[in-house]
Design a protein around this ligand. Structure first.
Ligand code: IVH
Length: 719
């Protein structure tokens, strides 16, 4: 499959055409008929893809593209109302990166933050930002004449909406008559006269969102259920449907609510914050959490805190609205397409998105079960980028009808692994390929069978490397790769969720693979990824031990290392894994038998391990993952006494002459010892180089043995 970023213009054109058709259809269902075919998140995701493709190929943008149009069409049943000022919509951003790009664009246009001060906005210093909740309801405009509510309209197509005055009158949070609820005080007093005049004789327009609270929604649905009638999909749809009822009595029964967010009338207010204050004074309910923020970082914090508590809010919010607080600048920034440039909707990470299936591959689990896993064009869901989703089994593939190349809906609920939820078959090109269960295991070519009484297909080869979970536990263990925080339990989860097949896959894991799993949060995921990356450089004995070659334990790993070291390497040099592997592969059984201390059985085992094609493929994979191996130098007289430093703790202080501090530490670890940074009674040796520091003093105080670098080299037996 071709990733989006590599599409040719022709491929993009076809994709764009299909996307527009699908989006247009669902928008009609949603905005005109108030029915929902696919979730908001899915529709947003398709729109997002379309926008990205259009950004990439701007000459494929057409006037009728959904990206160029204000949502909604006017229904015939209501009188039409022309909006004096168009009701615009907002551009969406879904991530901190996208938000920062918006900030960057604003700053560039406004000529601030390091760019030249010439241009249209030389007076601007730093655009303060106003952030508020983005309510998930229906936008309406309210017109007051001489302070009396005379007309209310929906947004419609942005220019012409529907007259829903009678219905809006049923909403108690919409004042029917405006009055000043609190005395003008402090900074709002300059506008007092204008507002008084507006109330007495002029026209005032206020905009906001008509919504239904979660509690009301649940009560309405409970009543529906009792009556045996169909349940409403969500509060947004119900609010929209309720506002567009021909019979206001029905609207009244839905107990709508209203939040004001825009004062269209100019009373001389200079900022959006002042507008919110004025709305409050005029008797409107507006978002109590809204506030002016100094910079992008504060916006991220606000966004995060609302995202955290959104479940607990009384109504649905699907993001925050962020705009330039200064009205003059906001106006000057103008409008792009259908949205003001000076504002964005910073949406919450959706739990569903669309993407494409690049491939379907099999993952072989502990018990030999073959699980089909969809490899996806990476997509952001719930704040993380995912690239794989489970398809569970063949029955599920058939139920979904999913093929390689399909556009799918992938979802993530809570902390479970992402799964494929639906296939958008309208978007097919005809080039999609069906997936078939192979007759042979993709890992070992063993026979694949399905027992009559189960859904799963299994590899029947008991020696299939994929079954050797134990080998993986061993690979990451203390004396092997020693990956901090990666024990059998985590390995089990990674294997079972299809994130890894063998040890080499560990090194390709990304944040988005781990975060959805129950055991991980953002922090613990990045800790583990760091721990894995840190151990990519491994010493040869540890590496050989990690491979789990029959009869090759710590001792034989050291003997083989010593042989390689004395015949091949310089002191503590790093090698690409492939180089070392080729060297060992090149040893004959006879060479191996002649290694001091290595018996015939061991030699045979090493030789055959390094001549097995699966093992070689595995080494290759590790090499590609970037594993490098350090080969320590041994004193020729070393006869192999195993991990001689086992249970001993070393501390280094001062400068060493013959090796770096890291090399010295590695040598200690290589012989089974530990390295620590702080001296305690348990410390075995403090190795003092030139100009030792406070650790040396402390060692003397505690009576810990201090040795010179020369003593240390003797201990290592390399002198
Ligand atoms: S400001 C230029 N503020 O979001 C449009 N809109 O995606 C000015 N919405 O049509 C809108 N809460 O229906 C604004 N606090 C808020 C909002 C909000 C919800 C809706 C509104 C608008 C849509 C744009």
């Amino acid at each position: 499959m071709v990733p989006w970023s590599h599409m040719t213009k022709r491929e993009a054109a076809e994709r764009i055409k299909n996307l527009r058709k699908t989006i247009t259809y669902h928008r009609y269902l949603y905005h005109v008929l108030d029915r929902q075919g696919i979730s908001d998140a899915v529709l947003d995701s398709l729109k997002h893809e379309l926008k990205m493709l259009e950004d990439q190929f701007p000459d494929l943008i057409t006037l009728d593209s959904p990206t160029q149009r204000v949502a909604g069409e006017v229904l015939d049943k209501f009188e039409k109302v022309r909006h004096a000022v168009p009701m615009l919509s907002l551009e969406d951003v879904f991530s901190e990166d996208e938000f920062s790009s918006w900030v960057g664009r604003i700053q560039k246009i406004a000529g601030i933050a390091g760019s030249s001060t010439s241009g249209d906005f030389p007076e601007v210093e730093l655009p303060a930002i106003f952030a508020e909740l983005k309510f998930d309801g229906l936008a309406v405009s309210l017109i007051y004449e001489k302070g009396i509510f005379v007309k209310g309209a929906t947004r419609g197509d942005g220019k012409i909406g529907e007259d829903v005055t009678q219905n809006l009158k049923t909403i108690e949070s919409i004042p029917l008559r405006l009055e000043l609820h609190r005395a003008f005080s402090g900074r709002l007093s300059p506008y007092a006269e204008n507002v008084q005049r507006g109330l007495a004789s002029g026209r005032i327009e206020v905009r906001g969102e008509a919504i239904i609270t979660k509690k009301t929604f649940d009560a309405i649905n409970a009543a529906q259920k009792k009556k045996g009638e169909k349940l409403y999909a969500n509060p947004r749809n119900l609010a929209a449907g309720s506002i567009r009822q021909l019979d206001p009595a029905i609207t009244a029964s839905r107990h709508l609510d209203f939040f004001a967010y825009d004062l269209v009338t100019d009373f001389g207010q200079k900022t959006h914050s002042e507008e919110h204050d004025l709305l409050g004074l005029l008797g409107f309910k507006s978002d109590g959490q809204a506030k002016r923020l100094p910079d992008a970082r504060a916006v991220f914090k606000f966004h995060g805190s609302i995202a955290k508590k959104r479940e607990k809010l009384a109504y649905h919010v699907d993001g925050i609205v962020v705009q330039i607080d200064d009205n003059a600048l906001f106006q000057k920034l103008g409008v792009v397409g259908k949205a003001p440039r000076g504002a964005v909707a910073f949406k919450f990470a959706p739990e569903e998105a669309t993407t494409r299936v690049l491939d379907i591959r099999l993952q072989v689990g502990r018990t030999g079960v073959l699980t089909p896993v969809a490899h996806l064009e990476p997509v952001r869901i719930g704040g993380v980028v995912i690239s794989r989703a489970t398809l569970h089994n063949m029955d599920e593939i058939q139920r979904l009808g999913v093929k390689v190349g399909d556009t799918i809906v992938v979802g993530r609920a809570g902390d479970v692994i992402p799964d494929v939820r639906a296939v958008l078959k309208d978007l097919r090109t005809g080039k999609e390929k069906a997936f078939r269960m192979p007759k042979k295991c993709p890992v070992c070519e063993g026979v694949v069978k399905r027992n009559e009484d189960e859904v799963a297909y299994r590899c029947t080869n008991k020696n299939c490397p994929a079954l050797q979970r134990e080998g993986l536990y061993h690979f990451v263990s203390k004396k092997a790769f020693d990956i901090d925080g990666l024990g059998p339990k985590t390995i089990d989860v990674l294997l079972d969720q299809g994130l890894i097949q063998d040890a080499a896959d560990l090194f390709d894991l990304i944040q988005g693979d781990l975060v959805p799993l129950r055991r991980f949060g953002e922090k613990s995921a990045s800790n583990l990824l760091n721990a894995i990356q840190m151990q990519k450089q491994v010493s040869l004995p540890r590496f050989l031990y990690a491979l789990g070659i029959l009869h090759v334990g710590e001792e034989n790993a050291l003997l083989l290392t010593k042989y390689i070291s004395t015949h091949y390497s310089r002191l503590a040099t790093r090698y690409k894994l492939s180089k070392i592997a080729a060297r060992i592969e090149g040893l004959t059984e006879n060479d191996l038998k002649h290694i001091d201390g290595v018996g015939d059985k061991v030699a045979e085992s090493i030789h055959s391990w390094f001549h097995d094609k699966y093992n070689l493929a595995f080494l290759n994979k590790l090499d590609r993952a970037g594993i490098t191996v350090t080969v320590p130098k041994f004193h020729p007289g070393y006869t192999g006494t195993g991990f001689r430093f086992q249970g001993q703790t070393f501390i280094f202080t001062g400068e060493l002459e013959n090796m770096t501090r890291d090399e010295a530490k590695e040598k200690v670890r290589l012989l089974g010892g530990n390295v620590s940074e702080s001296v305690s009674k348990k410390t075995s040796y403090v190795v003092a180089g030139e100009n030792p520091g406070s650790k040396f003093e402390k060692a003397k105080k505690l009576g810990v043995k201090t040795i010179t670098e020369t003593d240390f080299l003797k201990l290592l037996q390399i002198m």
